[in-house]
Design a protein around this ligand. Structure first.
Ligand code: NFE
Ligand code: MG
Length: 574
């Protein structure tokens, strides 16, 4: 008999997400709905403000993708004003953004999703010496590998479990669930790296602070360029940045990538079966500018484009004019489909169904989420690291192709295995490695530029002249995917502002044609070992790295009460 489960709140994500799913008699999901349950925001706050200030507001959409709303906003305003940033600013922004990626991706894997694959408690049963052999089977140079370290990790875990019978932050997990597939030794290696990552993540955060002024919300970027001239003029500061970058590499190559190979091997049958694939259509805006041409015209490290229905033989060009947002199933007025320049954000909360056996379900045939429903050229697409690798691979980009082919060879996967939950994680690790590799080159370019006497950081512009009537967009490669900001400026003030974040694409509800968003599609076909422990739901959702704070970025500036809503933290079968 079919049953409907509710997972709310989804944990180990940023923001507030609810999933409802229908299970068939084999506990396989036949239909799913994704709802952003939090109402907040920025788009309305920035109306009427000086467009040069807007980045400082928009970066508060999120504390996870710390930099990207700041940069996307500046880029939109730079596009509107026709301002091209100088070379040093381009390089510094690439390095800031690179620091974010090498922080965000490993932290996402270890802190937010590894325990979907790794059974913490099983690590207690491992033989530390055997775990050393396991680590060497996935890497020639494993990170922090020794029987002594692994035994110490076990001792720490044992002491923690003994002094916290409820397991503290690890309570209410699904330890022992039959869908965990790693051996005790594999679990121990991964748990050891989980702890290592707590230390690792400090270094890229310092890198961001060095060139951004602070972290998580940097302040060294302005419309037209950057302000950290003292830092880039000081060779010892740049050398420090380079040292920290070097310090990050062993963890990326000796822990993150090999652990993904290990997980990929254990969960290979799911990857090959395409579990979690979902839409199989992918979009990215491209990113990391490689030359100093006007906004959106530079060559980029990652190419832009769209791939439809997993057909790698064709890449469709990106056209921001063909991006729309649909609010048919979102808690906003109307059912219109609008390009973001003309986007509107008028809340219209219509609530949940009347409770049945104590559970109030979403009105899935009506409005059921605070997230809007974007499309590109009429297509529903997934965005994120997997989309980037797919678009890059299909574009024939040599760096991306080489990295993906290497991964497929090591994992012994057909390329189709990438279209899966596991593939999404693998893509994120590969992307981290590509970006870390490119950062050294940008740092060298920056050093050569400043040592050569070029200390330009900002392009001047006549605000009074350019801001009377202008509009621009800023597309950016954010860790979770394609990020866009659109701004209209009139009389020196923001007349309209719209953001479509990566998670807006992925977490979106059905569109006006009833087509699912990326999470909704990806969950179909996922089988649960135990419906009371929706571990496999989390596994697929987390592979997207949800950030609902980014996806729902608006506020009712008039302070109206829009309805009350109680979240009951449990997985409910009914
Ligand atoms: Ni709040 Fe974000 C990223 C952006 S996701 S994390 O990456 O933009 O929607
Ligand atoms: Mg928006």
């Amino acid at each position: 008999m079919a049953q409907r489960i509710v997972v709310d709140p989804v944990t180990r994500i940023e923001g507030h997400l609810r999933i409802e799913a229908v299970l068939d008699s084999s506990n396989t999901i036949t239909e799913a709905w994704s709802s952003g349950t939090m109402f907040r925001g920025i788009e309305m706050i920035v109306q009427g403000r000086d467009p040069r200030d807007v980045g400082l507001f928009t970066q508060r959409m999120c504390g996870v993708c710390t930099l990207v709303h700041y940069l996307a906003s500046h880029r939109a305003v730079e596009d509107a004003f026709g301002v091209t940033v100088p070379k040093n600013a381009r390089l510094v922004r690439n390095l800031q953004l690179g620091s974010l990626f090498i922080h965000d991706h490993p932290v996402h894997f270890y802190a937010l999703s590894a325990f979907d694959f790794v059974d913490l408690m099983s690590a207690l049963q491992a033989n530390p010496q055997k775990a050393v052999d396991v680590a060497y089977s996935y890497s020639d140079n494993p990170y922090n590998v020794s029987a002594g370290n692994y035994a110490a990790v076990q001792a720490k875990l044992k002491a923690f479990a003994a002094s916290n019978p409820s397991l503290g932050i690890f309570r209410n997990a699904y330890w022992g669930n039959p869908s965990y597939k790693l051996s005790p030794e594999q679990n121990l290696v991964a748990v050891s790296h989980y702890l290592d990552c707590l230390d690792y993540q400090r270094t890229p955060a310092q890198m961001m602070a060095l060139l951004g002024g602070k972290n998580p919300h940097p302040q060294a970027d302005v419309v037209g360029g950057i302000t950290c001239v003292e830092d880039i003029a000081d060779p010892s500061r740049l050398a420090q940045f380079g040292q920290w970058l070097q310090d990050c590499i062993p963890f990326i190559t000796g822990a993150y990538l090999p652990d993904l190979l290990m997980v990929g091997e254990a969960y290979a049958s799911e990857a090959v079966a395409g579990i979690g694939a979902g839409l199989r259509s992918y979009l990215d805006y491209g990113g990391f500018e490689l030359d100093d041409t006007p906004v959106h015209t530079a060559r980029t490290l990652f190419p832009s484009g769209m791939v439809l229905d997993a057909d790698l033989s064709h890449v469709y060009p990106l056209n921001q004019e063909k991006i729309t947002e649909d609010v048919t199933h979102s808690w906003y007025e109307g059912d219109s489909v609008r390009q973001p320049y003309n986007g509107v954000t008028q809340p219209d909360y219509t609530g949940l169904q009347s409770p049945v056996n104590g559970v109030a379900y979403l009105k899935t045939d009506q409005k059921y989420s605070w997230v809007k429903g974007p499309t590109h050229d009429g297509h529903r697409v997934e965005v994120g690291p997997l989309a980037r690798l797919v678009v890059g691979y299909a574009s024939g980009d040599p760096t991306i192709k080489a990295a993906v082919d290497q991964l497929l060879k090591e994992a012994n996967f057909p390329i189709t295995a990438l279209f899966s939950t596991v593939g999404r994680h693998a893509a994120r690790a590969v992307e981290t490695q590509i970006i870390a590799g490119a950062m050294g080159g940008w740092l060298t370019e920056l050093e050569q530029s400043t040592l050569g006497g070029d200390l330009s950081t900002w392009t001047d512009f006549d605000f009074g002249e350019v801001s009377s009537d202008a509009r621009g967009y800023g597309l950016l490669m954010a860790p979770r995917g394609a990020l866009g900001h659109w701004v209209r400026v009139q009389g020196g003030k923001v007349a309209n502002y719209q953001t479509v974040a990566p998670t807006t694409w992925n977490a979106s509800p059905r569109d006006g044609e009833g087509r699912p968003g990326a999470y909704e599609a990806a969950l179909v076909g996922v089988q649960l070992a135990n419906p009371a422990q929706p571990l496999e739901v989390l596994r697929t959702l987390h592979s997207f790295d949800p950030c609902l704070a980014c996806a729902v970025h608006l506020v009712d500036a008039r302070g109206r009460d829009l309805g009350s809503y109680q979240v009951v933290p449990s997985a409910t079968g009914g």
